[in-house]
Design a binder for this molecule. Structure first.
Ligand code: GLU
Length: 424
């Protein structure tokens, strides 16, 4: 039977409000003045563009594109470009702010931004996606720049789109400018280690948190929601370190095996099966909702926003949640999770490995030099581990959750930098 993709389920909180409510709590804990709070609460710039594209059948379809720069206080703004039907300005604003906090938590010299196009890339040809990517780049050519705003992949985009973006931007500039975008294919100045970087950071955060909770990774059972770039690499790397990945999932459903799923096999199957797991053998099929409430040591939500909500938070049995996705826990579910004593390695910490290696890619492009995979991994592992320790210590010092602690670390850094730079 042909695989029919289910419609995305997105009946959820406003992600910008989710971001703001944590931001407010952390700002109060820090005693941040109203002035600085007001500076950081609204994005610095929001751009919406309309992109008419000639489709393969000759018709013209108009797509909506966005780029939001939340802040450039720490440096040029950085963040991915998402291609998905659910893209809207509130989501892009929240994702842009999360990038600001994320870059500050791992202490890299970038502000935060995010972009998106409302489209369904799975139903478009490669030619249509290429024209859309080039049109988006031309429309935003004044916004992007290696010292201004540096895009990267996100949901629905990857090295192929980044190559088109780099090429379109370079044509406008009349020279090759590879540092305008990260997550490029290796031959165009991409970095070794970038493809697996977010998943690798999730693995480093998970191991650091397991150590604190005295969970032995060799005996740990893990469920991973989402089997895209982040979920599949996080699964593979955690499996390599001895843990048992007992459930994985994607849009086609969830796959469960108490003995542990062979992740290399699952990745190979997905790659030969149009990118999804439908029909994967070696596991029992369960629902996506069941995966979230399995009796596991660690739950890794690595798909999208608001999958842990007030509806299901109470049923979660994991002792540790490591957030591979951006915003997987709705803000009003935080209290339930905290009351249950579940430790959360929050998104702005746990998934920051991607932007960290994006930073290394940008540095290498500007140096005109290439680092070995070993150097990239060693440096990003150290950054992730240091950031984890900083957030953990802050959570003890302020007696708050790791999530609020991560916001405290980030907001403290951005607000101090703002005070030094000053305004008008
Ligand atoms: N889209 C990724 C994220 O949400 C990567 C951003 C980047 O590398 O700039 O962190």
């Amino acid at each position: 039977m042909a695989y029919i993709e289910p419609a995305p389920i997105k009946d959820r909180e406003n992600p910008f409000e989710s971001m703001m409510s944590r931001f407010k709590i952390a700002s109060q804990a820090l005693g941040l003045d109203d002035e600085v709070y007001n500076v950081l609460k609204s994005p610095a710039k929001q751009v919406a563009v309309s992109l008419p594209i000639t489709m393969d059948d000759g018709s013209i379809q108009v797509f909506e594109g966005f780029r939001v720069i939340h802040s450039n206080i720490l440096g040029p703004s950085k963040g991915g470009v998402r291609y998905d039907l659910s893209v809207n300005i509130d989501e892009v604003k929240a994702l842009a702010a999360w990038m600001t906090w994320k870059c500050a938590v791992v202490d890299i010299p970038y502000g935060g931004a995010k972009g998106g196009i409302k489209c369904n890339p799975r139903q478009m040809s490669s030619g249509e996606i290429e024209r859309l990517t080039r049109a988006y780049t031309v429309a935003l050519a004044e916004i992007f720049g290696p010292d201004r705003d540096i895009p990267a992949p996100d949901m629905g985009t990857g090295p192929r789109e980044m190559a088109w973006l780099m090429d379109a931007y370079s044509r406008i500039q009349g020279m090759t400018v590879n540092s305008v975008v990260t997550g490029k294919p290796l031959v165009l100045g991409g970095s070794l280690g970038r493809a697996e970087a977010t998943g690798r950071g999730v693995m480093v955060s998970a191991l650091a948190a397991m150590e604190k909770l005295k969970i032995n990774p060799y005996q740990a059972s893990i469920a991973v929601q989402g089997f895209g770039n982040v979920g599949s690499y996080a699964s593979l790397l955690l499996e390599e370190r001895g843990s048992r990945i007992i459930a994985i999932s994607d849009l086609s459903g969830a796959y469960y095996n108490e003995e542990g799923i062979d992740i290399e096999k699952a990745i190979a199957y997905r790659d030969q099966n149009n990118g999804h797991l439908e029909g994967f053998e070696g596991a029992e099929k369960i629902s996506g909702e069941e995966l979230l409430t399995l009796s596991v040591d660690v739950l890794v939500p690595a798909a999208t926003e608001d999958v842990i909500t007030t509806e299901n938070a109470d049923k979660i049995k994991a002792r540790l949640i490591v957030e591979g996705a951006n915003g997987p826990t709705a803000a009003n579910a935080d209290a339930i999770i905290n009351e249950k004593g579940i430790v959360v390695a929050p998104d702005i910490l746990a998934n920051a490995g991607g932007v960290t290696v994006s930073y290394f890619e940008w540095v290498q492009n500007r140096l005109g030099y290439k680092w070995t995979a070993e150097r990239v991994n060693r440096r990003s592992d150290r950054i992730m581990k240091d950031a984890f320790d900083r957030v953990y210590e802050t959570s003890i010092e302020y007696k708050v959750s790791m999530r609020i602690a991560a916001y405290i670390v980030a907001i403290d850094k951005v607000s101090k930098t703002y005070k030094f730079r000053g305004g008008f």
